[in-house]
Design a protein around this ligand. Structure first.
Ligand code: HEM
Length: 428
């Protein structure tokens, strides 16, 4: 470990270094620029973490199947039967299998596609009514839409007040995450919000008829673990997908030539239709490339972490068992060795040929290995559908004077949301 380069340890556990850099991401970029692709550094919850920003070196970590307890402790209060993020691999494996059965089946995506489309069109209708009155707020509305979708898709029920649920998750995460960063210790708002989320979860469970709950039952998970999983899926599915779509709309609005390419593709494939069929998604490569390029530049989940259970070799470095491996997904996406002019928005980086020419883990918006995102394929279907419906119908124009500033709050939000003025693309 001592041979791994990194800054000298600080008495405050690295907090001030992160703050001075302007946040964890900027700190990561600075560390890797200065010390190379493998860096030892301090992080709240991990005194001696090793960050790996090279996709080829990431290969050596891809089989690691444990997460460090301390780093994810802030999520423990959300679970009643053991923190789902840090379950030992033996307990995690049956849960992962059940989740993939319910979330990753193509047939199931196809079967729910009409329901997803109805929800996306309902939002488009509301935005059309609102457009004359002023700008819309993308992240708020799109996170609510994703929440509605996951509740109908996997959880068997609707959700009465999605705005309140989205805001309750926000309060819970900022409350408990703040504790990790020693900011504020009054958890009463977070506790109240969590109590409300548990009520909503119980309501969703009582509605019954959920493919996901059926799969969790078949895996013989305890009732408490099933409840925890439903809550965690509501959390994991809504704001991630909501911000992925929002960042894509933001980037396309700032790149009119790319937006025109996507709009022309939609006009050609959809004709007069307002939404794609499931099979149409394959015929929208420019839309998919724009989404991937947006998740490269603004990965909704910018970090991950693992704990090694055996010694590892990372390039020239020896990493002993028990080490926290930090995954700076965002910095990996900006690694100039694999992404020339890394900050530029260039969807053509994701043609099939260009993707095949890059190492597998150069693009990791859903993480990697046995703890990667179980909702990845579902998220792609949802995001592409929503983008297709919205970009077929509207032209998006950023609100002048409203800055769009990324802020790391569990997922990668834009501070104060992303505001857009909409105009109808359809002929009147
Ligand atoms: C664009 C949307 C999404 C993005 C970018 C995203 C990203 C991620 C990332 C980066 C992780 C951590 C992976 C790692 O540690 O290697 C993760 C975990 C997870 N995600 Fe997603 N996610 C998205 C949507 C969803 C959806 C729709 C669901 C469920 C329906 C979901 C369920 C989960 C679950 C359950 C985990 C925990 C994985 C585990 O510990 O086994 N995610 N996601």
């Amino acid at each position: 470990m001592r041979d791994i380069p990194g800054p000298p340890p600080q008495a405050d556990g690295g907090l001030s270094a992160i703050a001075t850099a302007g946040g964890l991401h900027t700190y990561q970029l600075q560390l890797h620029e200065r010390y190379g692709p493998v860096v030892r550094f301090q992080l709240p919850g991990a005194q001696d973490a090793v960050s790996v920003a090279d996709p080829v070196l990431l290969e050596a970590t891809a089989a690691v199947n444990e997460r460090p307890d301390k780093l994810f402790e802030f999520l423990a209060p959300l679970c009643e039967a053991g923190n789902l993020q840090t379950l030992p691999s033996g307990e995690h494996a049956p849960l992962r299998r059940a989740l993939l059965t319910a979330l990753a089946g193509r047939r199931s995506h196809e079967a729910h596609f009409a329901g997803f489309t109805a929800l996306a069109e309902e939002l488009a209708g509301r935005w059309a009514d609102h457009a004359a009155k002023g700008p819309v707020e993308l992240q708020q509305d799109l996170s609510e839409l994703s929440l509605r979708m996951i509740c109908r898709y996997a959880l068997g029920g609707g959700v009465d007040d999605p705005a309140r649920v989205v805001s309750a998750f926000e309060t819970v995460l900022t409350g408990y995450l703040g504790r990790l960063y020693e900011q504020g210790d009054d958890l009463s708002r977070a506790e109240q919000a969590l109590a409300y989320l548990r009520e909503v979860t119980d309501g969703v469970l009582a509605a019954g008829g959920s493919d996901l709950v059926a799969a969790l039952d078949r895996a013989e998970l305890s009732p408490a673990r099933i409840r925890d999983t439903v809550l965690m899926i509501m959390l994991a599915a809504h704001h991630t997908t909501g911000v992925a779509v929002s960042w894509t709309l933001h980037l396309l609005a700032g790149h009119p030539a790319e937006a025109a390419r996507v709009a022309a593709e939609l006009d050609e494939v959809l004709g007069d239709r307002t939404a794609p069929d499931y099979a149409d998604l394959k015929r929208l490569p420019h839309l998919e490339m724009a989404l991937k390029e947006s998740m490269r530049l603004y990965p909704p989940g910018p970090y991950g972490a693992r704990e090694t259970t055996e010694d590892l070799t990372l390039g020239d470095h020896h990493v002993p068992a028990g080490t926290t491996i930090f995954y700076p997904f965002w910095a990996v996406h900006l690694n100039p060795d694999y992404w020339p002019d890394p900050h530029a928005f260039v969807p053509a980086r994701f043609t099939a040929e260009a993707q095949a020419a890059r190492p597998r883990y150069a693009f990791v918006p859903f993480g990697l290995g046995p703890r990667s995102c179980e909702g990845a394929s579902l998220a792609m279907v949802e995001a592409e559908l929503v983008l297709a419906v919205l970009l077929k119908r509207f032209r998006f124009e950023p609100v002048a004077g409203h800055p769009v500033v990324p802020v790391e709050r569990f997922v990668l939000w834009a501070d104060n949301d992303i505001r857009m003025n909409l105009t109808d693309r359809r002929p009147v």
